[in-house]
Design a protein around this ligand. Structure first.
Ligand code: UDX
Length: 481
């Protein structure tokens, strides 16, 4: 086979969590629709879940050059609630997944009867510890997809200086203290808005902080950085440019996927890369609700709430008499697996017709539904982007990691919602919901509509993300020559 006549073969490796797998899958499909050969690699557990929730026959009909492969993680299935420290987790992945990934790449190089030898690897930006050495050894170019936003990545580049200056760790009483020395964030970042890893209390917290700083700097050894973002982060992306030779901003990826694949035989907008079974009964309920009347409440795939937080949330919503659709995952309430069975979470409100509870919603479709007027979210980056693109204003109740940064950007930079960081009070929730749905709706909708238009413009033909994806596709084609 003459190399210049074959399509590139891209091997994609997401970090093994829902919030990382979904955007990586959108990118994989976009490359598949450009006729690339694609190998999508999950850990064994997630591979099984993904295949269980994917219509493989129709998927393979759409993307005949696509294959799913898996490697072991060396970890228990529910690693988040397993009690393992961060160090245990990354040590296990280094010991087990890293050699398995290397073996997989070598075997893919040998399977040239079926497909081209791997042209490049696209791996999650926080998996450099697993992918960099291997790709350098096997001389397969590595591109990093950082599924968090640009702001969060940029802040990480400045954290070593804050640690060196003694600013981190900071005591609880200094939460309100402004953070100096982060260009682009001079006027609004407080200690409480820094990435969750900066709240160092234990040696494991410190390990995690150092680990993510290390991974952020390691990404600069990749051939390029791919970011799921668009013009709202343009100033930060240009600051990040000092660390990378090439950056492709191609967000919001879930919208770019819809925009680019509308011509392919794809089943409407339904998302892929989902590990849970969606309960679509809420769509029927939404159909019977007045326009813009429902608050959609969801905390993503990972966040756990204490019983106290859950109860304040419930009272805030119910006291206000708010119509809401609430996602209660079976593991949402910390320390109470299966809490979805408890009275608090039962769908007892259905007959009252102003509330509905599911264990997992078709989130993109929910946010696009005309009955949904607001989003109470933990502020994970995918949820934030999905709210932005749907033009739904939000209240963020961030819990950890990038959520603490995202929620500050939502309220202070993009002005598309409110940040209730570090509070746990039903009356605050009630007030913010009233502000979002009524009192301050007009002012918040002005910026929400503006940002939603920017997102749509970015992914439509001629838009920045649309063009940048073309650039990425072309650059990978050149690697295959
Ligand atoms: C994790 C981190 O917690 C988050 O901070 C980081 O930005 C990404 O990785 P997660 O907490 O799951 O992700 O949040 P998020 O990024 O919002 O991703 C959740 C995804 O699950 C979204 O794409 C959302 O559409 C989907 N989802 C969530 C559903 O499809 N249905 C649901 O009921 C809940």
């Amino acid at each position: 086979m003459e190399r210049s006549h074959v399509n590139p073969h891209v091997v994609l490796l997401p970090y093994p969590l829902q919030g990382h797998i979904k955007p990586m899958m959108s990118l994989a499909e976009l490359l598949g629709s450009a006729n690339f050969q694609v190998t999508f690699v999950n850990t064994d557990h997630n591979h099984d879940l993904l295949l269980r929730n994917t219509d493989i026959t129709s998927f393979c009909n759409r993307f005949p050059n696509f294959q799913f492969r898996s490697i072991p993680s060396g970890l228990p299935a529910n690693v988040i609630r397993s009690g393992l420290t961060a160090k245990d987790v990354f040590d296990a992945m280094k010991a087990v997944s890293k050699p398995a990934f290397r073996d997989l790449l070598i075997s893919l190089r040998e399977e040239t009867e079926q497909r081209q030898s791997p042209t490049c690897v696209i791996a999650d930006g926080i998996l450099c510890f697993l992918t960099l050495d291997v790709s350098e050894e096997l001389q397969i170019p590595l591109l990093a997809l950082r599924t968090h936003n640009a702001s969060y990545s940029w802040i990480y580049f400045l954290l070593p200086k804050l640690v060196e200056d003694g600013h981190i760790p900071f005591p609880d009483e200094n939460m309100e203290k402004p953070v100096a020395g982060i260009p682009g964030f001079e006027n609004f970042l407080r200690n409480r808005d820094l990435p969750g890893t900066c709240r160092v209390k234990t040696s494991d917290d410190d390990y995690l902080l150092q680990f993510f700083i290390g991974e952020t700097f390691a990404m600069t050894r990749a051939s390029a950085l791919i970011l799921n973002t668009f013009e709202i982060e343009a100033p930060v992306v240009s600051l990040l440019g000092s660390h990378f030779t090439k950056i492709y901003t191609i967000g919001p990826l879930h919208e770019l996927r819809k925009s680019r694949m509308k011509d392919i035989n794809s089943p409407s907008v339904s998302s892929s890369g989902i590990l849970q079974t969606e309960d679509t009964s809420c769509m029927t309920w939404l159909n019977s609700q007045p326009p813009k009347s429902v608050l959609y409440v969801s905390f993503g795939s990972l966040v756990g709430l204490t019983r106290e937080q859950m109860s304040e949330l419930w009272h805030g919503l119910v006291n206000r008499g708010q119509r809401f659709l609430l996602v209660v995952r079976p593991d949402l309430i910390l320390g109470e697996p299966g809490a979805a069975e408890t009275p608090l979470a039962q769908n007892e409100g259905t007959e009252e017709r102003n509330r509905f509870i599911v264990s997992w919603a078709p989130q993109e479709e929910v946010l696009a539904h005309p009955a949904v007027g607001g989003f109470l979210t933990h502020g994970g980056w995918n949820s934030t982007l999905e709210g932005i693109a749907a033009g739904v204003p939000m209240i963020c109740w961030p819990q950890f990691s990038d959520q603490l940064v995202n929620s500050r950007c939502v309220s202070e930079v993009w002005k598309i919602g409110f940040d209730m960081k570090d509070t746990c009070d039903g009356s605050i929730i009630e007030k913010l919901v009233r502000d979002l749905m009524e009192n301050k709706r007009e002012e918040i909708m002005g910026s929400t509509d503006r940002v939603a238009t920017m997102a749509r413009d970015a992914v439509n033909e001629g838009g920045s993300s649309y063009r940048n994806l073309d650039g990425l596709i072309e650059d990978i084609r050149l690697m295959a020559r």
